[in-house]
Design a protein around this ligand. Sequence first.
Ligand code: ACM
Ligand code: ZN
Length: 773
Amino acid sequence: MKIYIIYIVCLFKIGLAVAQTDKYNLYKTIPLVQDIKEKQGQSFVLSSDVKIYYPKNDENLKQTAVFLSEYIKLSNGLQLIVSVSAPKGKGIVLQNSYKNENKEAYNFSVTENQILINGASSAGTFYGVQLLRKVLLENETKSQIKLPAVEITDYPRFAYRGMHLDVARHFASVEFVKKYIDLLALHNINTFHWHLTDDQGWRVEIKKYPKLTQIGAFRNETQVGKQTGVYDGKPHGGFYTQEQIKEVVAYAQNRFITIIPEIDLPGHMVAALASYPELGCVGKGYEVYKKWGVSDDVLCIGNEQTFTFLERVFSELIPLFPSKYFHIGGDECPKKRWEKCPKCQAKIIELGLKKDSHHSAEEKLQSYCMSRIEKFLNAKGKQVIGWDEILEGGIAPNATIMSWRSAQAGVDAVKQGHKAIMTPSSHVYFDYYQSTDAASEPLAIGGFTNIERVYSFEPIPNGLTENEKKLIIGAQANIWREYINTEAQTEYMVLPRLAALSEVVWTNADKKNYGDFLNRLSDFLKIYDKLNYNYAKHILEVSPEYIVDTENGQLILNLKTSSKSPIYYTLDGAEPTIKSKKYTESIIINAAVTVKAAVISQNYPSKVFTKKFEFNKATAKPIVLKNEPVERYRFNGGKTLVDGRTGTTAFSTGDWIALYKDDFEATIDLKSVQQVTEVSMNTFTSPNDWIFGPKQFHVFVSTDGINFTQVHSEDLKIAEKGDGPKITNLKAIFASQEGRYVKIKAPIFEKIPEWHYSAGQPTFLFVDEITIK
Ligand code: ACM
Ligand code: ZN
């Protein structure tokens, strides 16, 4: 084994590049404020004689003043008096008379005698108070904190700054929901999307339909892991009474957070069907769903009782939620039952719905359902939000789209004059893995969204006119809790990714800088510690950067961290210690090796990073793909297949690439004529994720790159119903051939098979590491 080292000066120590020199850095927390101006004069010294003032008869600012006194008690141990009298002596003055069109803007002005926080509304003042709170928490070790004279003007980039919580898959207590709302306030998030109902549980009391919570709020047991067929035998459930809902809504209102309730319809309704079976097309045999995935059982649209039910449910929810928006779901609604249901088919005929080149009659039936509910809610003064599937079959006239499968739905919506909220799973699904080392993470739904990816998210897609851009009202991150059943794990998945989201939705894009953000984040983490939130520590651990150097036929591994402590590593499989080699320069790999590395400091021994590299004739050799992988799973393109790293079932972490609607074809140049006798390639299948393997596997060898001889051909079967995620090694073994070029062709299955809930849609084809012997 030969490992060469080259020297690169600290280039990869991200986060350290921006020096913390100027005195205003104190005010640079998260999200970064829009504008900081120097001011002459002495600093304001926070001490016990400081009073907090709010305008007389202003209950909102009184509440905010009380919050501020609690924050200061926690950060500095001072018990400041809250008062309405006109400021005399030193004070923190809260006002809401700042002139600004952006009602959440505020002015934050510090002089020797006064901190004046003046919002364009009380919400603006609240964000100014959050700024002060964060500055104090980050600097709490200083006994007598001095705040330099300053003039800060701040305002959010987007009016809609959302965070979602799924309490249907796993229930969350009122106490935890409040702690979660506190967390949103800390990050200047102003909208809490509360996903209250789903197949696995109905979580809100509806007086007219008591069985929704007597039956629908509980399941007998829960699937263990992923499609294992094993259940835990433990009942799970819970719901919120209407009194509790009011309590949580008021709690959020005090923190200037609007709660948008979601009743997900007409799919994701099994818990309701188990309670009232007559609302389903089949009419019987339902139980609260115990497993994950999408159920074929949905509300029957041909049955008028369904609409009576929905209208009564919303009629009880409307007085509880002052929000202008109500979320009515619309995602992942299979049309299978409707195709067979006499009532639904009769409704299709009655409404004259006809299949056209874009949409089936059943898709139009869903559209009818969404529009009818929209009309009902509009008449009660509410606007609806729906997941992007509601574009299929025709969008309800006034609906706002929540664009989750891609950014494209948001583009389509605004081009039709609708508002959109961007929540693409590619960037802001916080149930996805946040590390490429999925094996060391708690089991997650899949995907890969690390903090850097969240930070890189730009909510306004390219190619929109100025008017269309205005229709993108903001962005939101979602957290689905199939695999998240504790409060600690919820916090771990949300933090610190929420810090990145906070800056995406608050700070203007031209002021964002990831290195600078990481620097500020390492101070911000102290706040999570102080407030007892459980957060993921990846940024303090070893983070790898992989380079495939096809020019020199070698792999390059760079190790980075935002920690101020050094990285140590080993190449012999041993655990790294302070006696191991200290990382100072890139690691060059040209033979099979396992690298283990850790950030080691006295008080923080990080998790060990472990990566095994294979090496064969194909590794780090030039590779050309005929068709580009789909953007979302493109990663390092063809080089991903010759990078020495073998992908696991965590398919979105960069080890796999995927084709969509295109066949896979790759040609590898071994750089010299060699004997070749075996060619293999991995493929990953996971029907639940629309991922099916190739339908054939062909291998060709050539000495000149022009004339190829086929050495292997094989037909492959499509996955069957019930198949879980699986890696298959496709292998061609043949009589030894002379060759310099190896070509692999693996055509894609054009359509998802009939048994699947997305039957007929295109499939994804995932491929990884090619081995040539
Ligand atoms: C969704 O993630 N099903 C909206
Ligand atoms: Zn029906």
